[in-house]
Design a protein around this ligand. Structure first.
Ligand SMILES: [Zn+2]
Length: 83
């Protein structure tokens, strides 16, 4: 059991690092595209392994990002902040 926990936390650290990068990417997207108009946030139906988060700009660029269940709360907060 202990061994499994150890490998799990390694994965978690990696996921957190990725989440930080990708959320930083979302910040950049919002910063770059907010002047174009209203950004529309959306998400696919949640599946067992997460869901696809999308933020669409009126200029035609869409930010897409797969969100794992562990990250979902943080991303939903971001989306809420956008709207
Ligand atoms: Zn744009």
């Amino acid at each position: 059991m202990r061994r499994q926990d150890g490998s799990r936390s390694r994965e978690c650290r990696t996921d957190v690092a990725k989440a930080c990068c990708l959320l930083a990417g979302l910040d950049e997207f919002v910063h770059d595209h907010r002047p174009h108009g209203t950004l529309t946030g959306g998400a696919t139906e949640p599946a067992w392994n997460g869901y696809l988060l999308t933020v669409a700009c009126p200029c035609g660029v869409i930010f897409e990002r797969w969100v794992t269940p562990e990250e979902a709360d943080a991303d939903l907060l971001r989306l809420a902040a956008l709207n």
